[in-house]
Design a protein around this ligand. Structure first.
Ligand SMILES: Cc1ncc(COP(=O)(O)O)c(C=O)c1O
Length: 432
């Protein structure tokens, strides 16, 4: 059994100078409490107490090649010998952009920022400029970053959500501008009838529909068959810009993202996380007609650190590594093996649980056997507390996954890691 004494001490010390002891609210929590790490290598991460964990958190998704992947770190080291930030152009950004055009169906032109939250803002701005309309449709349970105009109805308390047919936009934090709520129409995910109805009534006010093509931030719930196709068609019919938020699905479900996986091409899409193997980059990709608004300077997109030497070198090296098709074959095979193994263990122990997702990323829910297809059904039928306790126990057995239930696989994970994880899961489950 592991000890967490040093992490606990460091957390207490950190809290004296760093708000909450963490640099992102996502890293805070009571069960399990935040840990302090010293090193990551391959599929493993090591904490200050000398514990090692098979890591399925993977930096919340970006580490698709695992911790410290040699080709990426070498490319970054080499690039940094040439400087770190030019506030000017250089060839690697052309190489990456040319590559993205060949990989991503909607990518006729691209632009870069540093984080997912920022680049979502660029997408919304382009959509508003292009359509001359103000309102955005977003779905309950979908996360598009922490800014005021999108941190709405992500994980709202069920007693605040309003009627199913017309959800109340629920702010996600204190301090959020009230005005940010007025331009957002919130709808339930995976319900075409309500979307059709809303779009038909408000078409000339709606600039964009933004969605996670797989609802990775809530249960990793897949779109119903034909859902994305019909959303695509509706947007086209009504001159609404369709934005896929592929910050998680991009470079994870395949090189062309979820749009390639499902064969549905949006007008704009945003990427981040796995795109540079753990270095901070994000990307807006879109149809030329829309992206021309940025190209001509009519829509402002700026940023001091955009496309710096380090992230471009990391992205170029990561894309080259991912182009070896064996990475995805590996992620799907291993991920599905782990999903099936976990399900079997739960079944054997008589514990009701549900695994959802594609394999390269998936979600474990301690559910009650009722169907889960959107935010409300997820919130109602998934025992979040049990999931957190399981995550806490599994840490004691050397396995780390995201306490809200998400697991990410990397090219560095092995069959042996999966074997050990399943043994650990069985032991942790006995203590749950
Ligand atoms: C789907 C999605 N969009 C946007 C974001 C925001 O990205 P970032 O945390 O890089 O700002 C995230 C982050 O998890 C995300 O999952």
């Amino acid at each position: 059994m592991s000890t967490r004494a040093e992490s606990q001490k460091m957390l207490e010390r950190a809290c004296q100078s760093l708000a909450g002891g963490v640099s992102s609210n996502v890293r805070a929590g009571k069960i399990p409490p935040p840990l302090f790490f010293v090193r990551g290598h391959g599929s493993r991460i090591y904490d200050v107490d000398g514990n090692s964990y098979i890591d399925y958190v993977l930096g919340q998704g970006p580490l698709i090649l695992g911790h410290s992947p040699a080709p990426v770190l070498e490319a970054v080291r080499e690039a940094l010998d040439q400087g770190q930030l030019y506030a000017g152009q250089f060839e690697t950004e052309i190489l990456v952009s040319e590559k993205l055009k060949t990989l991503i169906p909607c990518a006729e032109l691209v632009r870069y920022s540093n984080s997912g939250s920022e680049i979502v803002q660029a997408a919304l701005r382009v959509a508003r400029a292009y359509t001359g309309r103000e309102k955005i449709i977003k779905f309950e349970g979908h996360y598009h970053g922490w800014f005021d105009n999108v941190l709405i109805s992500v994980h709202p308390p069920l007693d605040s959500v309003g009627p199913y047919e017309a959800p109340t936009p629920v702010p996600g934090t204190l301090g959020q501008a009230r005005s940010a709520l007025s331009d957002v129409i919130v709808l339930p995910w995976n319900n075409l009838e309500l979307l059709e109805h809303t779009v038909e009534r408000h078409a000339d006010e709606i600039a964009a529909v933004i969605l996670e093509p797989i609802m990775c931030n809530t249960g990793c719930i897949l779109p119903k068959v034909g859902y994305l196709e019909r959303v695509r068609e509706l947007c086209r019919q009504h001159g609404i810009v369709l934005i896929f938020d592929e910050i998680i699905t991009g470079f994870r479900v395949g090189l062309g993202g979820a749009q390639q996986y499902f064969g549905v091409t949006p007008d704009l899409a945003v990427f981040g996380k796995a795109m540079a193997g753990g270095f901070p980059i994000s990307c807006l990709a879109g149809k030329r007609e829309l992206m021309e608004l940025i190209a001509t300077g009519r829509v402002n997109h700026s940023g001091t650190f955009n496309s710096n030497v380090m992230v471009m070198a990391a992205s170029w090296a990561t894309l080259q590594a991912l182009e070896d098709g064996r990475v995805y074959e590996h992620l799907y095979r291993l991920g599905r093996r782990l999903m099936a193994g976990l399900q079997e263990i739960m079944n054997r122990a008589g514990v009701q649980a549900q695994l959802s997702g594609l394999g390269p990323m998936f979600h474990l829910a301690f559910d009650d056997g009722e169907p889960i297809y959107d935010y409300r059904s997820f919130a109602l039928h998934n025992d979040m507390g049990k999931g957190q306790r399981f995550a806490d126990l599994l840490l004691d057995h050397g396995v780390r996954f995201i306490p809200r239930g998400m697991w990410y696989l990397s090219a560095a994970h092995t069959d042996e890691d999966v074997d050990r994880t399943l043994e650990a899961a069985e032991a942790a489950l006995r203590r749950l």
